[in-house]
Structures are given as C-alpha cells and as structure tokens.
Design a protein around this ligand. Structure first.
Ligand code: NAI
Ligand code: MG
Length: 801
C-alpha cells in the first residue's frame, strides 16, 4: 500500500501496547496466586482453585485460590485483630500509608493498566487514561481525608473490620473506591474481588506489602459469589460494602437484616441520556459513544437509554448510525480501539439474549458491521475471544424488556419525547436511579430538569465523569450510600458511642382497671390524620389507650394496610413541599414550635397521665420538644450542599435532596420528644412522612393534629396512622411507593424493616433495637439527622466552549 492509498482509506495500522511486562509478572509468580491474609500469602485451606482468563483471546492467565469458610474466618479475624491498632493511629499516620500507596500505584501504573486490560478485556486506552489515573487520584484524595479526619469528623469514628465485594467491570477502580475511604477512616478490610478479575487486586496487595502496611489491615479472599456470601454472613464484620447486580444486592440486604451490620449498595442502572433539540448535536453524539460504548457498555451508570426530543430525533439517529460505523472494535491492547472484549461468554450470551428479546418485542436492531476478532487458534474453555458488536435499538416502547432491564453490554435503546416534562417522566420510568446525562445548550433548561431526575448523578453536557471528591451512588433500586467525597467518608464512619443501651423498648399496654367505666362514647375516639384531615380508620375499629394509673384515657383508630396506602398516596400528593423554599419550611416549623408552646400545659398533663412521669419531667419533655423544633427550623435552610472542583473545566454541585416519602415508626420512650425528633428533620429536609406513633401513647400524636393544622403544615406532609407498630411498620417497609423507613423499636421490628425493605431497596435507618437518649442533642438532633433525611445528588456542569 502506498501513501496515497493510505490517505484514501484512512486505515489504522495496529498500535499494540506490549503485554510483556504483565506476562513477566505472571511468570515470576508461576501464574498461581494464593490469598493475602494478615500480610502474608497463603494457599486456601479449601484447596480449591479457579482460573482467570483473558476475554480478548480466551487464554488462561492464572489460577487463583478460592477461599472457603476457614479462609474467610482467618481473614476476618486478622482484620479484627488489626483494627484497634489501625484505628488508633493518628490521621496523619494513616495519611502517610495512603500517600505511599498512591505513589506506588503511580510508579507501577503501566503494569497495572496492562494487567487490567489482559484480565478484563477493556481497552488499554481506558485502563491507561481513565481507570488507573482515577485509582491514583482516589488514594491521594483519601490520604487527605485521613490527614484531616480528627478536625473534619470530630463526632465520628471508624466502624470496624469491613467486608467489601466488588464487580469485574472496573476491578482496580472499584477496589480503590472501597479500600481508600475505608482505610482513611480507620477501618480494616477484607476484600473479595470478582472471580473474573482478581489480578490487579493481587498486585495491589503486593504494593501494600512493599509500603509496609501493617498486617491484617488489608486482606484479600479471592473466590466466587460463595466466598462473597461468607463475608456477608460473618458476624465479626461490621459493615458490608457491595457493588454489583441489584439481584445480589437484594440477597445481601436480606441476609444482613437480622444484624447491626452497616450496608452500602451500589447496584445496577438503566440511565437515561436526554438530548434536547437545542443541544450541540455533534457533542451529544460523541457523548453517546462515551455513554454506552465505554467499557463495552459494562458500566453500571452507562447511558443506555437514549431519549431524544422528537424534532431532532431523525437527525440524531442517522448521525449516530453513521458514527457507529466508525467505531473500532478489537484487540484491547491496541491503543486505537474504541471497544474491546466482553468479560465472559456468559455475559455475552446474556446480552445477545436480551437483544433477541428486544427484536421479538418489535425493536429495530442496528448493529456495527465490522469484523470482530476471533482468535480461532486458541481453543479454551471460554471458546476464544469474546466480542459483541455495538448495537442500537430503535422503535422501542418504554415498557419493553430492553427499555427496563439492565443489559450491561454495548446496547443502546432509543425513545423520543416532546416536552421537557415528558423527558423527565420517561427518564424516571425505571426502578433504577443511578445517573442521567442531560444535553442542552440552554443551561436554565438543563438545571431545571436536573433536580427532577431521580438519580444520584446528573451529567450536564457530559457523561461518565468520575472523581474522588464527588460522591457517586444511586437512588431507588440502584442502591444507597455514596462513594467518594465527604459523603463517601460518612459511609465508613459511625457516631462515637454515646451511652446507648440495649433495653426493653416497647412498653406493655397497661391493663384497664376493672372499675373503669367503659362508657366513653365513640366520639372520644381519636381518628387517623391523612392528607390534612382526620379520618376514620378503614377497619372501623379502635384500640383503647390507658393512663398510667389504669384508667381509660381514650381510644385511637386501629389503622391497617389500607390506611397506610391512603397515607402514602396523600404524602405523594404533597410533593410540592420538597420544592418549597427552605425559608418557607423554616417559617412553618418555627410556627409549629410556637403553637406547641401555646399548648404546653395540655401536653405536659397528657404526658404525665399516660406515662406516669413527674410533672417536672413532663414539663422538661415539652420544653425540650419546643427547643428541638426550633433547631430544625434553624437547620431547614442550612443543610446546604457543596461545590466540588473536580479535575475538569467545570463544577460538580453536591445537592442535598429529600428522599421522598418516608415511613417513620416511633418509639415508646419520651413519646412527644422522640416523635418530633424523627418527624422534624424529615420534614425540614422536604420529605413528607407517614408516621406511626407509639401504640400506648398515641394520644400524644393525635393531640398534635391541631398543632399541625394551626401551623400551616400543608396537607399530606405529615400523616399519622395509629395502630400496631410492628404491623404498620412492616406495611411501610414493604410499600413500593415509600422511599425510606426509619424504625425506632425492638430488635424484631428493626430486622423486619430491613428485610422487607429489599423489594424496592429503600433506605433504612433503625435504632438496631438500642435505646437512644432523646434528650441528648448529640445523638438525637442536628446534622446527623438531616443527613439521614437526605441523599446527595451530584450535578456535573462543565464550562467553556
Ligand atoms: P454479581 O452481582 O453476581 O457479582 C458482583 C460481585 O458479587 C462478585 O464479586 C461476585 O462474586 C459477588 N457475589 C455474587 N453472588 C454473591 C452473593 N450471593 N453474596 C455475596 N457476593 C456475591 O454480578 P455478575 O454475576 O458478575 O453479573 C451479572 C449482572 O449483574 C450483569 O449482567 C449486570 O447486569 C450486573 N452487574 C452490575 C454491576 C454494577 O456495577 N452495577 C457490576 C457487575 C454486574
Ligand atoms: Mg479475567
């Protein structure tokens, strides 16, 4: 071929990165790897091994130990032993270790990049320019958090030994997202890499050895999901952090429900990529390429649903098809490839089946027509190289399988919309809520849409941007908890012990004295409070409420599942509350305090009669309640977000958003104060609530209706359903239109709530069956509760041309 020919065809020549370095590394270790436990390499006692392959060729790369129960036990006990020492180091000392890790990663960046490409099949362009630099950035950033931990998180401390389970799509990057904050905060770690991609984690362990990380601080147990499940069940791990499929996330939620383990889940997604007619279409097309063909589409936040405004749909689809032709798919080690190999045949099959299903349901399939490399010379178990062409499905309906199911491959589906409202509706029409991309040259429009999208990350005129300073994580079935930034640190910290005791939490309803007349007429029955109205319970039944001295105090409505359903509906109708200004919410909450104070004596008497406490104590409870309401009026307009400056020309706005409709199950102790301590942070943040008051002291809640009414709290913002706490709590935990539940109750109630919440992966807070001191501001008031009542959305906004 002469030069003129080359110019004519513009053919690329191969530009391979040499894998020699990585193969040498493998050879030096005889391509056999043990577990890394307590600073030492050891063979698995289970005696089991598994093989890791190169997805680009199907070649076997190494055999790796599969940790069994006794191996996991050993790793956990090492992490447990190392914990007190690691935690009690100064922040500065831990910072030095993290900094050393960052430096070593930087020194070995090339080896890491090549090894990652070999083991995973992703392109060298991505491992070299995206994965590994982000990993390094993560360790630098978290060396910083370790350094300033005492001053930035004075009320917090490390949780303990934690178990971390990561997926195969970004092996070392997911390791860094989990390990860096955990170690910075003073936790010790047992990590389980994904079975397809353990090699870079093992290389990382060698780096830990090189820098002299104390033994047991970081341990690796390689293996399959079985090994992961052993971590999840291990009683000595205080937290599980998981990234992977929603299916497994759900199993983990249920498996940890009966324990006090903390849990963060980063799960799947079906993220929208929204193109408005006024977008810079050329940039948007390049954006789509990065959104769905980055990492072969095996990205939890992949922009897999293209939503285009009707007026430009035809143009966008045509241009995108043209652009697709130019994509380069092939040897991941070739520096000029856009796409490499799919992780494994099983994943390829899953993708291929979903595309077939889409076709069956009426989609038009457009596929890249180039030649996929197949290494026929290598006959291996995995059947040679594993590739799938870039694929684009049009004529897709919003409810079809391919529009709803996470495909986790290079497959884009497209739909159209007419108005911004319709775009938002389509975008949110999924059970997931991880990320979204919004393309418009009109910044007002983009910023108008961003808060309406139910997801943890919004990229405006960009996509798949990540940084260690910017939290990442989902809404809804995409999980909870954030990784990165300040919020990511909170996920690895707990509040310092504040004298919480484990005691009997529910008070037995006192028996009515036989002498008490049962003649209280029906109109003494307090009703439920739903949508700003007092309503009769669906059952028509009531429950007796008895004073401490055994006399009948009155009756309360016996709420049931149907009442909860109505209350949830009313709470959704009050969604205007979350869009109201914090200033307005603050005023209304001040007014609540004023109106409670005006009736202080009445409440004091009620508390004395029902609970039997002294006049002084009841007076103190009311007084503290008024003060607490004031505190949340104060905080309502002060729990603001942050502005991050990630390494791009742009900003990321970390917005504190309400969670939505929250179900609150209140305790029996100090019934007025505890109820308000749960209700106020929730509504101050803009959530609306369905509240289940203490069963024996529910009359305090029903007395409160009038205070709500006179304080201009809009109808539906606070709904109160009295009845059996355990039963109603379970209904709330199961309800698919409730976004979060808070339960302060018995062990049983708490584990029920966690278990039943797995349906829609709601955010759960419980007291873990422990008694809180509701008079103590440190545990029962303030920012910790505002954080519980909110979730962070990060909105990325690039600037410049
Ligand atoms: P997976 O969720 O099964 O695997 C993720 C990690 O969890 C791996 O380390 C695995 O060994 C471990 N694991 C599996 N079962 C476990 C259990 N019962 N207890 C504890 N740990 C367990 O994902 P998989 O099978 O690799 O991929 C299946 C689908 O999941 C993909 O097609 C994709 O849709 C989705 N996925 C989503 C990811 C995300 O980042 N959102 C990452 C990986 C997969
Ligand atoms: Mg592999």
């Amino acid at each position: 071929m002469n030069i003129t020919d080359i110019y004519k065809t513009m053919e690329y020549s191969p530009a391979p990165e040499s894998p020699d370095l990585a193969f040498e590394w493998l050879k030096e270790r005889k391509a056999k790897f043990g577990l890394f436990i307590n600073g030492k390499w050891c063979k698995a006692k289970s005696g089991k091994v598994f093989v890791t392959y190169n997805p680009a060729t199907g070649e076997k790369l190494a055999s790796i130990s599969a940790a069994g129960k006794s191996d996991v036990d050993l790793a956990v006990s090492s992490a447990k032993k190392a914990f007190p020492g690691w935690k009690s180091l100064s922040g500065h000392e831990r910072a030095r270790y993290l900094y050393a890790l960052a430096r070593q990663l930087q020194k070995h960046a090339r080896l890491f990049a090549v090894l990652e490409t070999l083991d995973n099949g992703k392109t060298i362009r991505e491992t070299r320019d995206i994965d590994i630099p982000l990993v390094i950035r993560h360790f630098y950033h978290h060396a910083g958090w370790a350094q300033v931990m005492e001053s930035e998180f004075p009320e917090h401390t490390a949780i303990g030994p934690v178990g971390q389970i990561i997926p195969w799509n970004f092996p070392l990057l997911m390791l860094s997202w989990k390990v860096a904050p955990a170690l910075a905060a003073g936790n010790t770690v047992v990590l389980k890499p994904a079975e397809f991609t353990s090699l870079t984690a093992l290389l990382f362990a060698e780096i830990c050895e090189q820098i002299g990380l104390p033994p047991g601080v970081f341990n690796i147990v390689t293996g399959t999901g079985e090994t992961g499940a052993m971590l999840v069940k291990h009683p000595d791990l205080k937290k599980i952090a998981f990234t992977g499929s929603t299916e497994v996330g759900r199993i983990i939620r249920e498996a940890t429900a009966k324990t006090d383990k903390k849990l963060t889940l980063e799960l799947g997604g079906k993220s929208p990529f929204i193109v408005f007619e006024d977008a810079d279409l050329d940039s948007a097309i390049e954006g789509v390429v990065d959104a769905i063909w980055f990492n072969q589409g095996q990205v939890c936040c992949a922009g897999s649903r293209l939503l285009v405004q009707e007026s430009v749909a035809k143009k966008v689809i045509e241009r995108l098809k043209k652009r697709m032709v130019k994509l380069r798919v092939g040897d991941p080690l070739d520096k000029s490839m856009d796409m490499g190999a799919i992780i494994a045949p099983v994943q390829k099959e899953r993708i291929s089946n979903l595309v077939k299903q889409g076709k069956k349901e009426g989609a038009e399939v457009w596929q890249w027509q180039g030649k996929l490399p197949h290494n026929t010379k290598i006959k291996s178990k995995s059947g040679g190289g594993c590739y799938f062409p870039p694929t684009f499905l049009t004529n897709v309906t919003p409810s079809s399988t391919v529009a709803q199911t996470e495909i986790f491959g290079p497959v884009l589906v497209s739909m159209t919309f007419r108005t911004p409202d319709e775009a938002v509706m389509l975008a949110n029409n999924t059970s997931y809520g991880l990320a979204a991309s919004v393309w418009s040259e009109n910044i007002n429009q983009a910023l108008h849409v961003a808060p309406k999208l139910k997801c943890g990350v919004v990229w405006i005129n960009c996509t798949n941007q990540f940084d260690a300073s910017v939290g990442f994580g989902g809404y809804r079935e995409s999980g909870y908890g954030r990784e990165g930034g300040q919020e990511g640190m909170f996920a690895y910290l707990k509040i310092k012990e504040t004298g919480i005791s484990k005691k009997e939490l529910r008070i037995a309803v006192p028996k009515i004295k036989p002498t008490t007349k049962e003649s209280l007429s029906l109109d003494r029955t307090a009703k439920l409070y739903i949508g700003g109205k007092q309503t009769r319970p669906d059952s028509g039944y009531s429950l007796k409420v008895v004073n401490a001295d055994g006399t009948l105090a009155g009756e309360i409505g016996h709420g049931n599942r149907k009442d909860i359903r109505n209350a949830v509906e009313a709470a959704h109708k009050a969604s205007g509350w979350q869009n109201s200004t914090p200033h307005l919410r603050a005023q209304i909450i001040y007014f609540l305090a004023e109106n409670l104070e005006a009736r202080a004596e009445e409440f004091q008497k009620r508390i004395m009669n029902l609970t039997g406490v002294s006049k002084k104590h009841a007076g103190l409870e009311v007084e503290t309640a008024v003060r607490r309401i004031f505190s949340y009026a104060a905080l309502a307009d002060k729990h603001e977000g942050l502005i991050h400056q990630p390494p791009m020309r742009g900003l990321a706005l970390a917005l504190n958003e309400p969670i939505g409709v929250l179900g609150l199950v209140c305790p029996d102790e100090v019934p007025l104060l505890s109820m308000l301590s749960m209700m106020l942070p929730a509504i101050a943040m803009g959530n609306s609530v369905v509240l289940v008051p203490s069963r024996p002291f529910a009359l305090i809640a029903t007395d409160f209706y009038q205070v709500l009414e006179t304080s201009d709290v809009p109808p539906g913002v606070v709904n109160i359903v009295s009845g059996d706490s355990e039963e109603l709590g379970s209904v709330l935990a199961k309800h698919d239109d409730v976004a979060g539940v808070w339960v302060s109750g018995t062990d049983e109630e708490c584990s029920n709530a966690k278990y039943l919440s797995s349906g829609n992966m709601k955010i759960v807070w419980t007291n873990d069956g422990k008694k809180l001191d509701w008079f103590d501001n440190r545990q029962s008031e303030g920012r910790i509760w505002m954080r519980r009542a909110s979730q962070v959305k990060n909105v990325w906004i690039p600037y410049g041309e």
